[in-house]
Design a protein around this ligand. Structure first.
Ligand code: SF4
Ligand code: SF4
Length: 182
């Protein structure tokens, strides 16, 4: 979805989006119901969140707080094993994210630490998000409000999404996806 902004080479050497520290494991992507069915052929373990939605179970090896783990769909040498159009929506729009502020307002934000985001790329991404992706993002968040995440200061706010104000509360996340039921 963002291949006109980010080159596959940049992402294949970075992979930041696909590696999760234990403290940020609640950020593993929401898996749309169709995708949950398609994932059966990959035999990856999934976790059920308290809201009934599914995400990936991360293959942590220890209980250390400093441990990080790759998404089980990541092939370290070649990247995500899913075809682009089948990836979770949150992965497809990353580093963009729909978030809810403490005021209850919904916004579109951009993860500022993405190493590919220099000033020119950020400007291009902001324009592209507003012109080409905004409605798609709003429609998806209306359908799956679990993907509206709590605001985090590592994200720069690009624009307000008033269409999503007052919709169902978001999945705010827990500190550790070990706590989710399987
Ligand atoms: S953080 Fe940025 S450069 Fe790295 S994989 Fe994600 S989108 Fe690509
Ligand atoms: S589904 Fe693919 S793109 Fe998304 S976090 Fe996993 S490996 Fe990365």
């Amino acid at each position: 979805m963002l291949t006109s902004i980010f080159s596959p080479q940049q992402c294949s050497t970075c992979k930041l989006c696909c590696n999760f520290h234990r403290s940020s494991s609640w950020e593993t992507p929401f898996l749309e119901p169709d995708l949950v069915r398609q994932l059966q052929v990959f035999h990856v373990e999934l976790l059920k969140r308290p809201d009934g939605s599914f995400t990936f179970k991360l293959p942590f090896q220890t209980n250390s707080d400093s441990e990080s783990a790759n998404c089980p769909m990541l092939d370290p040498s070649s990247g995500c094993r899913l075809p682009r159009e089948q990836r979770p929506f949150e992965c497809r729009i990353w580093p963009l994210r729909v978030m809810r502020l403490e005021t209850g307002s919904a916004v579109l934000g951009c993860y500022e630490a993405c190493p590919a985001l220099d000033a020119a790329t950020f400007a291009k991404l902001s324009d592209f998000a507003h012109v080409s992706l905004r409605q798609l993002i709003v429609d998806h968040a209306m359908r799956f409000p679990q993907t509206i995440r709590s605001y985090h200061p590592h994200y720069r706010i690009l624009e307000a999404l008033p269409e999503l104000d007052g919709s169902d509360s978001s999945f705010a996340g827990t500190a550790d996806n070990r706590s989710l039921s399987e």
